[in-house]
Ligand binder design. Structure first.
Ligand SMILES: NC(=O)c1ccc[n+]([C@@H]2O[C@H](COP(=O)([O-])OP(=O)(O)OC[C@H]3O[C@@H](n4cnc5c(N)ncnc54)[C@H](OP(=O)(O)O)[C@@H]3O)[C@@H](O)[C@H]2O)c1
Length: 301
């Protein structure tokens, strides 16, 4: 222990070892939500399948670690849906148990047909999430969007939700989504974008930027198929020299190299993967030339 640490220890203060500059965590990338200017971290968390664990305590313990890691970087987005089995309830119970309410940006969806069914589902989601006022509610896969947009606007005006948005996960829906965000005022659009599914970069991102709509990116690893394709293959040397530590980092780095992207939401229930993904959201985003190099390397795999 050095002199400073000894004095701290004598005074009963926590001993905080000095970090060298190289050990300091790099700053977390953040982006503004265009409709308000509120800033959120650029890496969030998806919960499809990974949070559908019911009462399994060992799995819940891992998920608690994942959520704590995300809360530590700021009000990171956690995206769920009534479509994801027990995910909303598991998330809600962990937010309460781990005292994380207010420390994460809670996004859910409405996924049903009909006005009454929609309002009932929204109320159920709030109960399951143990969150009376979710940060964001999105219309899942555009199901009955005309009906739910009216309901969500009323709830936003009444202060019952903070933001509203639209989602889809297939390139076939990008044209309709682009038309909708040109016409309808929404805060967020959530779409698939990855090295395996790059179509949104040309079709949707420019429209979202033009309309001032925040972009959440689902399936940043192509739902995992992208990572399977490169499993066991070495990263290019120029990528490791640029600080990329894993293929997940490579994939997320590519997504975050699109300045129109507000936040990518990789799904995981694995604390090590969560740390890996959060690491990809630290430091400066890669530029367009580096992104093009990544695309070429991916196409050559
Ligand atoms: N229509 C919609 O609104 C819609 C559609 C699709 C997805 N989404 C949202 O977007 C989120 C993300 O999409 P997704 O989950 O389908 O696909 P994804 O994020 O592209 O891939 C998830 C897969 O990658 C693995 N993974 C995560 N981090 C990893 C890492 N660092 N290293 C190795 N493997 C890793 C996960 O397994 P492990 O658990 O083992 O880490 C999981 O199998 C969903 O969870 C959901 O919240 C929304």
């Amino acid at each position: 222990m050095d002199r400073r640490a000894l004095i701290q220890a004598a005074a009963g203060a926590a001993f905080v070892p000095r970090m060298t500059a190289a050990e300091q965590p790099r700053p977390v990338q953040e982006a503004p939500i265009p409709s308000t200017g509120e800033r959120i971290p650029r890496v969030g968390l998806g919960t499809w399948q990974t949070f559908d664990v019911g009462a399994a305590e060992a799995r819940r313990a891992d998920l608690a670690l994942v959520l704590r890691a995300y809360a530590a970087v700021g009000r990171a987005v956690v995206d769920t849906s009534p479509m994801y089995g027990s995910s909303e309830s598991v998330l809600g119970s962990l937010l309460s148990r781990e005292r994380l309410h207010g420390r994460l940006f809670v996004a859910t969806k409405v996924w049903t047909t009909g006005e009454r069914q929609g309002t009932e589902q929204l109320d159920e989601s709030s109960t399951k999430l143990e969150t009376p006022r979710p940060d964001l509610v999105q219309i899942h896969n555009l199901v009955d969007w005309k009906t739910h947009l009216v309901t969500l606007r009323k709830r936003k005006d009444a202060g019952r939700i903070r933001y509203l948005g639209l989602t889809h996960y297939q390139a076939a829906a990008h044209t309709e989504l682009a038309d909708l965000i040109r016409r309808e005022p929404v805060d967020f659009v959530q779409i698939n974008l990855s090295l395996t599914e790059p179509e949104a970069a040309e079709r949707l991102l420019p429209v979202a930027a033009d309309r001032g709509v925040a972009v959440l990116v689902n399936r940043p690893f192509g739902g995992g198929t992208g990572l399977s394709r490169v499993r066991g293959k070495p990263l290019p040397a120029w990528a490791t020299e640029a600080g990329i530590r894993s293929w997940a980092h490579f994939f997320l780095g590519w997504v975050l190299a699109h300045p129109e992207v507000t936040c990518a939401i990789p799904g995981t229930g694995n604390p090590r993967h969560a740390e890996d993904n959060l690491e990809a959201g630290r430091g400066r985003p890669f530029d367009a030339a580096f992104r093009a190099r990544m695309t070429r390397a991916w196409l050559a795999t």
